[in-house]
Design a protein around this ligand. Structure first.
Ligand SMILES: *Cc1c(COP(=O)(O)O)cnc(C)c1O
Length: 409
């Protein structure tokens, strides 16, 4: 008799986004025709840039001609693209071999799949709050105990609490932990770890022979030149850190699908030979995955070209101007918030410690603005609320106006 993977039953009921949808429909039934302003999405809205669009068109043209058609590409990803990524890192003083870079169809799949090359008895630490992929994929793999509905956490994981006392950047765990997930700039809090804070994690990982899984999907949103944009800017990180990154937020590739991960040759765990972890990821990817779309990879090359980098920087500036405008409005409203300076998310403290979902309803019913309740990202998100800077400027401006005019604080 076939059996399911019962770990799926341990997952908390995918509550956040369905619940947001349910509450929005309820509102719309009560007030049909009333416009809802969305500041909740973590999805890009602005078109691909000209350099990227022409590269994608060219790639399609090549596929339409037998003389230039290509099928499956290089196993680890297009070599020119990996070379361009190596150059991208070398501009930050980081030197990588091409075989340390793996092209993929996105950072979410990589962040989810990377755990599969590590033993099932590894102990996992996550930031709380966190992007849900790190937690859920380890639950499915069987590294957790049961979900505690009252608390909103799983037995067996170590939660590194991020709150205003630590500026939303935690210290490394006191316990012995094997896999540590870090996201900086952070979704949902918008916090960015500095060199010293990341050095503490690298030191911890070297001491404990643990692995840092560093999600840098928002690295290019950092404008402060003193903040690290890659974990490999930290001394010793190549021994212990895997970096996951994406073209999604960098170049609006959320629908195009392209990402990469870096697994250094020097990376070692307790029972591995040097280079073995890199080879395991190669084995995993070539077994389960057949490469990113060649069209998308051609687009990625254009992103990393001089013209593409300028255009994408302007795209990011556009979203960060949205963030600045939202922040300005929150200041006017007297709402306390964090982030929004080197990351496209603003993490606001609900007034009078109002529960996140109550604030969701208040914002929806008073100002018709939808955001994301902080509690959806983990127990320490309770009392917080995420606003996203992704959106068309006129929509953002309307949402701001509505908040300023209607929100009763
Ligand atoms: C958006 C996002 C990603 C990007 O995932 P893709 O699969 O590349 O689109 C990765 N990590 C975090 C934290 C994100 O918010």
């Amino acid at each position: 008799m076939a059996k399911i993977n019962v770990n799926y039953r341990k997952l908390s009921a995918g509550y956040l986004f369905p619940e947001i949808g349910r509450r929005m429909r309820l509102f719309q039934q009560k007030y049909p025709g009333k416009k809802i302003h969305r500041l909740g999405i973590g999805n890009t809205t602005e078109p691909l840039t000209p350099a990227v669009v022409s590269a994608l068109r060219e790639a399609v043209d090549k596929l339409s001609d037998a003389a230039t058609y290509t099928g499956y590409g290089d196993e680890q990803g297009n070599e020119d693209l990996r070379r361009a990524l190596a150059l991208f890192y070398s501009r930050r003083g980081i030197s990588l071999d091409l075989n340390e870079i793996f092209i993929s169809d996105g950072a979410k799949p990589d962040a989810g799949n990377i755990q599969s090359i590590f033993g099932i008895d590894n102990r996992v630490a996550v930031q709380d709050p966190a992007y849900p992929v790190y937690v859920d994929t380890n639950v499915i793999a069987g590294r957790s105990g049961y979900y505690n509905p009252g608390v909103g956490n799983y037995d067996g994981f170590v939660y590194m609490i991020c709150n205003r006392d630590n500026n939303f950047i935690p210290d490394p765990p006191v316990e012995d932990v094997d896999l540590v997930y870090l996201c900086s700039p952070n979704n949902p809090t918008g916090a960015v770890a500095n060199h010293l804070e990341l050095q503490k994690f690298v030191n911890y990982a070297r001491e404990h022979r643990s692995i840092l899984i560093f999600d840098a999907a928002y690295a290019e949103y950092i404008s402060d030149p003193d903040l690290p944009r890659s974990i490999y800017e930290i001394e010793g990180a190549k021994e212990c850190a895997i970096e996951i990154n994406s073209f999604s937020k960098l170049a609006g590739f959320t629908g195009v699908r392209l990402g990469w991960s870096v697994v250094p040759e020097e990376l070692v765990v307790e029972d591995s030979a040097p280079g073995e972890v890199n080879r395991l990821w190669f084995r995993r990817q070539t077994t389960f995955f057949n490469g990113a779309s060649n069209i998308a990879q051609r687009g990625g090359l254009a992103v990393l070209s001089e013209k593409g980098r300028k255009e994408c920087a302007a795209l990011i500036d556009y979203y960060m101007e949205n963030a600045r405008l939202i922040g300005e409005a929150l200041d006017t409203l007297g709402l306390n918030y964090y982030g929004g300076v080197n990351a496209p998310y603003l993490w606001l403290e609900t007034p009078q410690k109002m529960p996140s979902w109550d604030f969701f309803d208040k914002l929806l019913y008073e100002a018709q603005v939808v955001g994301t309740p902080g509690s959806g990202f983990g127990p320490s998100g309770e009392g917080y609320f995420r606003l996203s800077a992704f959106g068309h400027r006129p929509d953002i401006e309307e949402a701001i106006k509505s908040m300023l005019n209607r929100l009763k604080l």
